[in-house]
Design a protein around this ligand. Structure first.
Ligand code: DX5
Ligand code: ZN
Length: 225
């Protein structure tokens, strides 16, 4: 039976209480933490980088799912591993060397993920990539900010990638990111996603209760699926 993973995105956490917010969500049952790195070039916004990740690494052993929204991610893969990433996902729009990036992440002993923006066609992801990676991240908003609305047109892309992952017999996780909340998580689940990045709907208005809600929702879905 498939396992579903909740990956709270700390982009919406309270940064003056970041360590506590991470402990709260971990204690409430989250098994991953989604760490959004933005460079102000690939996306309009700048979030945080290595020193912050290194610092929060010391408060938790939770799986760090690092989402690089940066140009030429190949420049920094080793540094993100050194500061504590367990998995590194980069954008296919951001590099001309996607296969090399995947191989580099593997050589560094970490899980490799690839991501595409809402306007990027799913066939940008080749079968060769799908066979190699541990994770595919379908963006369901335009990356750069938390709290945006789920883009319905992306549901079809989740379905298409689910079919290809299954068709290839790949064990890659299929993650969705952006606008996932109580109303939209069912749509993404039904389309075949198994890993759910949730920022504002976890960290705004009661982190513990929100985390518990989504952990339970995914557990219940697993039982009935
Ligand atoms: C957006 C980031 C997301 C963001 C999601 O560019 O990649 O991880 O934190 O936030 P919500 O869940 O609020 O849409
Ligand atoms: Zn993200």
């Amino acid at each position: 039976m498939q396992d579903y993973v909740l990956a709270p995105s700390i982009l919406s956490a309270d940064f003056k209480e970041l360590g506590q917010d991470i402990r709260t969500t971990e204690a409430a049952g989250a098994s991953w933490l989604h760490v959004d790195v933005m460079d102000g070039l690939f996306v309009p916004s700048i979030s945080f980088g290595m020193p912050v990740i290194k610092s929060i690494r010391s408060v938790s052993k939770i799986y760090f799912d690092v989402h690089l929204m940066i140009e030429k991610p190949e420049r920094y893969l080793e540094e993100f591993v050194k500061c504590g990433a367990d998995g590194i996902t980069f954008h296919l729009e951001a590099t001309e060397e996607p296969l090399e990036c995947i191989d580099s992440i593997h050589k560094l002993g970490r899980d490799a993920g690839i991501s595409i923006n809402p306007e990027t066609p799913v066939d940008t992801i080749t079968d060769e990539m799908l066979k190699k990676v541990e994770l595919v991240l379908i963006m369901t908003v335009h990356p750069g900010f938390g709290g945006q609305k789920y883009i319905d047109e992306c549901t079809q892309k989740i379905k298409a990638i689910r079919e290809r992952i299954d068709g290839l017999g790949s064990s890659a996780r299929l993650e969705v990111d952006g606008g996932i909340n109580k109303d939209t998580i069912g749509t993404a689940l039904g389309a075949g996603a198994d890993t759910f990045v949730i920022g504002s709907s976890v960290f705004i208005g009661g982190t513990e209760e929100n985390t518990k809600y989504f952990v339970k929702a995914l557990r219940d879905y697993k039982i009935t699926a």
